[in-house]
Design a protein around this ligand. Sequence first.
Ligand code: MN
Length: 139
Amino acid sequence: MAGEQVLIVEDNERSMKLFRDVLEASGYRTLQASSGLHAVELAVEHAPDVVLMDVQLPDVDGLETLRRLRADERTASLSVLALTAQAMHGDRERFLSAGFDGYLSKPVDVLELVGAVRRHCDGCSGSAAKSTELRETTG
Ligand code: MN
């Protein structure tokens, strides 16, 4: 497999570890950032295939981080999926209209996570075959 690269942007250590473990077990390489500013740096440097973006971050939030990625031609076309605990009615539309390519609400179902990454990963081809063995969820 090609080992497509996923940038995980998440400030909660337990969530980061879960997302990383699930994605790596599914054949993806990962990059990890716990802040929006670090995420922008890594995205520019590595041009990951997919970015998983927690919306609530300690410095610039996920919406502002997305805005910065979209404003830079080197990262403007990256696939960016929002991760948010704000599971309120209408949020999905709000995040999609903000320019995210997809939206996952917490607690995240890891099968849904891997499926979303696979769908948004250009040229992905069966990297997530092992995902059906994983049944864990997190908050
Ligand atoms: Mn957070």
